[in-house]
Design a protein around this ligand. Structure first.
Ligand code: GLU
Length: 419
């Protein structure tokens, strides 16, 4: 995977370009070019064999002008400050596009959880939570799941924080297990939201979803739920990939049996799955297939300029954060390939996190239909705001999304003033 472009530079290029189209002066949006606070911690953890290892973790709080910092925690060997910084900034813009009262943050620990035991991952998570304790709080900064973290990791974070504070504090994280204050529908929300965005852009462009072809890079929580939702809408998912492999099937993958296979696999991977007509492919092939929808649902910088020049996809819907480089964006625009940007397309996760947080603060639990109805309503209205702004300014949906976010963020800064 090509992770070499600094994702924060990518974010700044997007931001500056959007501010220019929006007619904003540097002074009006300069605070958004810098993270408000950054934290690096190095902490020891005892491994199962008795060795002590030092781990490095990060938390970046990018902006809080619209509300408490919000954003996930990622476990991945490539995690570094530049990546976390960019991801934190994208959370600021995402929460503004979604029009939920949060700022943006992100955290991460640089390690590969697939090589460690659950007990080791638990100790790392608790030590990290203790390390960032001075920075977080249910009305200050609220972590959530991201790449390679899940409800169990959130349960450990919530438990550690609650023990230190001497009181049960479910609102400290979102994406918790439902039995300890999590929200119904939260786990599925990002993928479900991506499928709503596919449906909305298909409607705008007059594409029938029945038998529309889709390829999806990444089959974790987001990629697999997106596949499941689109499959139930009648789409034909012809290719998917994960860290273990990439597969193609011209007649469409049997998504329910693929998901059953992944759930049975000890590491939740695609490898070993088989069905009639299945062909192994590689990652560049998956990204350049002749499909109606390409959905990157893995990591940053996957759609490079080269992929953008070669892809035969009609529409790209970004389920991952930052999957397309700034240079690639220009090529896609020139080639007339529509792109539904990350800060809109994957905002279903943080939107359902907002619903979870509201329930926690009020000691209430909503039923799943209330979550889903509100999620769909919010996402469809964000889509319309972004789509119409892009049309009005004669620009891409990426720029449209940034402009929607920028107007809201700049207005909040003006009202609050400089201090
Ligand atoms: N990690 C998710 C994202 O990138 C969710 C963040 C959250 O729910 O706070 O949007």
């Amino acid at each position: 995977m090509t992770l070499n472009k600094n994702p924060y530079d990518n974010m700044l290029e997007q931001l500056d370009a959007a501010a220019q189209i929006a007619g904003l002066s540097m002074e009006e949006y300069i605070t958004l070019r810098y993270p408000e606070r950054e934290f690096t911690i190095n902490f020891p953890v005892e491994m199962d064999d008795g060795r002590v290892e030092i781990f490095t973790g990060y938390r970046v709080q990018h902006n809080s002008v619209r509300g408490p910092y919000k954003g996930g925690v990622r476990f991945h060997p490539h995690v570094n400050m530049d990546e976390v910084r960019a991801l934190a900034a994208w959370m600021t813009f995402k929460c503004a596009v979604a029009d939920i009262p949060f700022g943006g943050a992100k955290g991460g620990i640089a390690f590969d959880p697939s090589t460690l035991s659950q007990k080791e991952i638990e100790r790392i998570t608790r030590a990290y939570t203790a390390g960032i304790m001075p920075l977080i709080g249910p009305e200050v900064d609220i972590p959530a799941p991201d790449v390679n973290t899940n409800a169990q990791v959130m349960a450990w974070m919530m438990d550690s924080y609650s023990k230190y504070k001497g009181r049960n504090t479910p609102g400290i994280v979102t994406g918790k297990p439902v039995s300890i204050g999590g929200s119904l529908g939260r786990r599925e929300a990002t993928g479900r939201g991506v499928s709503f965005m596919v449906r909305e852009i298909a409607r705008q462009l007059g594409i029938d979803l029945e038998d529309a072809t889709v390829s999806i890079q990444g089959f974790g929580n987001v990629g697999s739920v997106t596949a499941e939702s689109l499959y139930s809408m009648g789409c034909k998912i012809v290719a998917v990939s994960d860290v273990s492999s990439a597969i193609y099937c011209e007649n469409g993958l049997d998504i329910p049996s693929l998901i059953a296979h992944v759930n049975r696999h000890p590491k939740h991977l695609i490898e070993g799955y088989d069905q009639d007509g299945l062909e192994p492919i590689d990652n560049p092939t998956l990204l350049t297939l002749n499909v109606d929808f390409l959905i990157p649902a893995a990591l940053e910088n996957q759609i490079t300029k080269e992929i953008a020049m070669n892809t035969k996809a009609r529409i790209i819907v970004e389920a991952a954060n930052g999957p397309t480089t700034f240079e690639a964006d220009k090529v896609l625009e020139d080639r007339g390939i529509t792109l539904v940007p990350d800060i809109l397309a994957n905002s279903g996760g943080v939107t359902a996190s907002y619903f979870e947080w509201v329930q926690n603060l009020q000691h209430l639990s909503w039923d799943e239909s209330k979550i889903n109805v509100n999620l769909e309503r919010k996402m469809v209205s964000s889509f319309e705001a972004v789509y119409n702004t892009a049309l009005e300014k004669n620009t891409s949906m990426r720029m449209g999304a940034y402009i929607v976010a920028l107007y809201r963020l700049v207005e909040a800064r003006k009202l609050r003033g400089i201090f």
